[in-house]
Design a protein around this ligand. Structure first.
Ligand SMILES: Nc1ncnc2c1ncn2[C@@H]1O[C@H](COP(=O)(O)OP(=O)(O)O)[C@@H](O)[C@H]1O
Ligand SMILES: [Mg+2]
Length: 442
């Protein structure tokens, strides 16, 4: 089903108009996260919002749901501005904070608490939602008895039980393993296609291009620093969509090129630092092993690429999925060993120097870039340097990260920083005791 054609004439359910959001940084400066964001959501469509991590996607969803207020601009929902938590808009997160002492049914019922419905109605609707999302028979189970995929289904049920008009989904499949994610995605699409879901539109945030092309009627590409919708791509393929289909592949490539396009307008002539700017401690780090980072630098530095490669071409050459390779490229960009732009990856001077170096020199170079460009690494190192024991428990940093991101993202970010820190010998980490330490205190 492609809802596009049917819905073009309907009034939008949601209109985000000129929305800006900034935060005050600890040093007092302003961090502009969203700048002049405009988008609409019409009844009957699934719209994807694709952007790199740290581009402000979660922030935007929070504004839409009324969990936070824009610095400027408005979010209109059914013609009225959103002010405070909006009834009719529900959210599914990357991972759900289910209450461990409550059963599946009780966790789902919580979603209805604010609506003050009669008890029998609450129970009926909750059982319906549980049934719908494939958890029939697990009503009395506790979260610890469920797999990750089942827990995420509880999250979906908790959002669906309120019969929202709009379902906001914030990377809802990204914490699941590939097969589980695939199953849940296709179950969701089947229910949507059959008109079984009690919702009218979906806004799906993801950084997975394949997922976006699989699920959405149109895609909005979000730029980074500050976040803004820079282009829109309609996906006019019928369901079920098949990833090997050449038209599917062509769309994936197009999205991919748009995502890595040069910044438009004034930003094009802006200082080069803008392209790299703005990772804070709260930036989720996607796990990419140091082996992969080195591997890609080496591959790009060698003939026939000699420092610059077309990502889809080199992905095929290396037998890697484009999405996976893109993540490696993003990590190299964060570390300033490469620039990813217009579907190309180009090594920086530092990247080329890295490729020419022997292993010890590589480690030094990596350590220098890690401490300079990844604030979390610098932060951990500083704490370790300052403490007389030169150790710090992982939980300390985990708690800090949780202020910015979901639990799973915090886990992943720490796992990444641990593996990069180990490779660079910037700090050590004891897996058993879960403690960071300095191998060579300054
Ligand atoms: N409450 C906050 N205070 C300060 N900075 C924040 C806050 N929430 C998010 N940020 C910052 O805003 C940027 C965008 O974050 P986020 O919306 O989570 O991005 P995304 O979901 O696209 O990865 C990040 O740099 C993050 O550190
Ligand atoms: Mg996010």
């Amino acid at each position: 089903m492609n809802a596009n054609a049917l819905t073009l004439n309907l009034a939008p359910l949601l209109a985000v108009q000129g929305v800006c959001k900034s935060f005050r940084k600890p040093d007092g400066d302003e961090l502009v996260v969203l700048e002049n964001v405009n988008l609409t959501l019409r009844p009957g469509e699934i719209v994807g919002l694709l952007g790199r991590s740290g581009s402000g996607k979660s922030t935007l969803l929070r504004l839409i749901a009324g969990l936070d207020a824009p610095t400027r601009g408005v979010v209109d929902y059914q013609g009225a501005p959103v002010a405070g938590p909006a009834r009719g808009i529900a959210m599914v997160f990357q991972s759900f904070a289910l209450f461990p002492w409550l059963t599946v049914l009780e966790n789902v019922q919580l979603g209805l608490e604010a609506l003050r419905l009669p008890e029998a109605e609450i129970r009926k609707r909750s059982l319906q939602a549980i049934d719908l999302i494939g958890l029939d028979g697990f009503e009395s189970a506790y979260p610890r008895e469920l797999s990750g995929g089942m827990r995420q289904r509880v999250g979906f049920a908790r959002a669906l039980v309120v019969h929202p008009s709009i379902l906001l989904m914030d990377e809802p499949f990204s914490a699941l393993d590939i097969l589980t994610a695939e199953t849940l995605r296709s179950d969701f699409l089947d229910l949507w296609g059959e008109g079984q879901l009690p919702i009218r539109s979906v806004l799906l945030v993801t950084h997975n291009i394949e997922e976006a092309v699989q699920m959405c009627d149109r895609l909005l590409i979000f730029s980074t620093h500050p976040g803004r919708v820079v282009s829109e791509i309609p996906i006019d393929l019928s369901h079920p969509r098949s990833p090997p289909d050449p038209r599917f592949r062509a769309l994936v490539e197009r999205v991919y090129v748009e995502m890595t396009a040069k910044p438009r307008g004034e930003a094009r002539t802006g200082p080069k630092s803008e392209r790299f700017a703005g990772t804070g401690i709260g930036t989720t780090l996607i796990h990419v092993s140091s082996n992969l980072l080195q591997g890609l630098i080496e591959a790009v530095s060698e003939p026939p690429y000699n420092g610059k490669a077309d990502l889809p071409v080199i992905a095929e050459d290396l037998h890697m999925e484009l999405d996976d390779l893109f993540r490696v490229g993003e990590a190299l960009q964060m570390l300033r060993f490469a620039e990813v732009e217009g579907g190309d990856i180009r090594l920086t001077e530092a990247g080329l120097a890295f490729a020419r170096s022997e292993s010890d020199e590589r480690k030094h170079l990596f350590a220098r870039h890690l401490l300079t460009y990844v604030p979390l690494a610098a932060h951990i190192r500083r704490i370790l340097d300052e403490r007389s024991s030169h150790t710090a428990p992982k939980s300390r940093f985990f708690d800090e990260l949780e202020d910015y991101m979901a639990e799973e993202a915090a886990e992943q970010t720490l796992r990444t920083i641990i593996s990069w820190g180990r490779y660079a010998e910037t700090f050590a980490y004891d897996d058993q005791r879960q403690v960071f330490s300095l191998e060579n205190p300054a």
